[in-house]
Write a protein that binds this ligand. Structure first.
Ligand code: DX5
Ligand code: ZN
Length: 237
């Protein structure tokens, strides 16, 4: 079943021009994106090293859009209050990276943020079993985390459909809303299929910020994404 409500597009600033990051954030949101996806990598949980709370704090005044912090770090907990203070709205982490998943989810909400749980391509869904009421977002990785610009792993569509059923069942039993976000290899050519599988929030890094090299504007690229989502949006309405 399809997600209800509007679809959200979350550019991953991993593929932005870091030398002009504030401007990039302003421009991509002005061009029609909904959320800033902020990839945090520690060269330990994943084999790459990116940005931390100081950079989150620096971009916070540049936009009113939610900042969606994707923690690819181990351990997780010490960074949660730091990112909350730096202005994060959503904080997601990988269950393999926390010794106490339930405690980390609670910690994120105690710090005033929405809590997300992220699933690698081979991570089973049983991690959701006893924590559905503590989650605001489920992030499905459709690539192995660590780098932008990788190809979409089609098996993620099966996982998205399974999670969509769990979320709908949770909602039908009076549970809170949960966003279903997909991250990795999302492009205008596959976003329709991903929406049909049940995702409602779409991270895209290289396909959006790559516009620079292709001599296109962020506005044009985001229009491609919205157009590709239209059939799914019509069916969901
Ligand atoms: C990968 C990151 C993604 C990445 C997506 O580990 O979590 O957010 O930036 O980039 P693309 O859209 O280029 O696959
Ligand atoms: Zn990410």
């Amino acid at each position: 079943m399809m997600a209800n409500g509007p679809f959200r597009i979350a550019p991953s600033i991993l593929s932005a021009d870091f030398a002009r990051l504030g401007e990039e954030v302003e421009n991509v949101i002005a061009a029609g994106a909904d959320i800033v996806h902020f990839d945090v990598m520690d060269n330990h949980y994943v084999p790459n090293l990116t940005i931390g709370p100081l950079v989150c704090e620096a971009i916070r005044p540049r936009t009113k859009a939610p900042i969606d912090v994707h923690l690819m770090v181990k351990p997780v907990d010490a960074l949660v209050p730091m990112f909350a203070k730096a202005g994060a709205d959503i904080i997601s982490f990988h269950p393999e990276a926390s010794e106490h998943v339930d405690r980390t989810l609670a910690l994120i909400r105690e710090n005033g943020c929405k809590a997300g749980l992220a699933f690698n391509p081979a991570t089973p869904l049983h991690h959701l079993d006893h924590v559905m009421d503590r989650i605001d977002l489920i992030l499905v990785m459709s690539v192995n985390p660590g780098f932008g610009g990788q190809g979409f792993i089609p098996e993620a569509l099966v996982k998205i459909a399974q999670i969509r059923r769990r979320i709908d069942c949770h909602a039908a039993n009076g549970g809170q809303p949960i966003w279903l976000e997909v991250d990795g290899g999302v492009k205008p050519s596959n976003i329709g299929l991903i929406a049909e599988a049940g995702a409602d929030t779409f991270v895209a890094g290289s396909a959006i910020f790559g516009a620079r090299g292709a001599d296109r504007s962020y506005h044009e690229v985001l229009a491609d994404f919205r157009n590709a989502l239209e059939p799914a949006a019509r069916r969901a309405a």
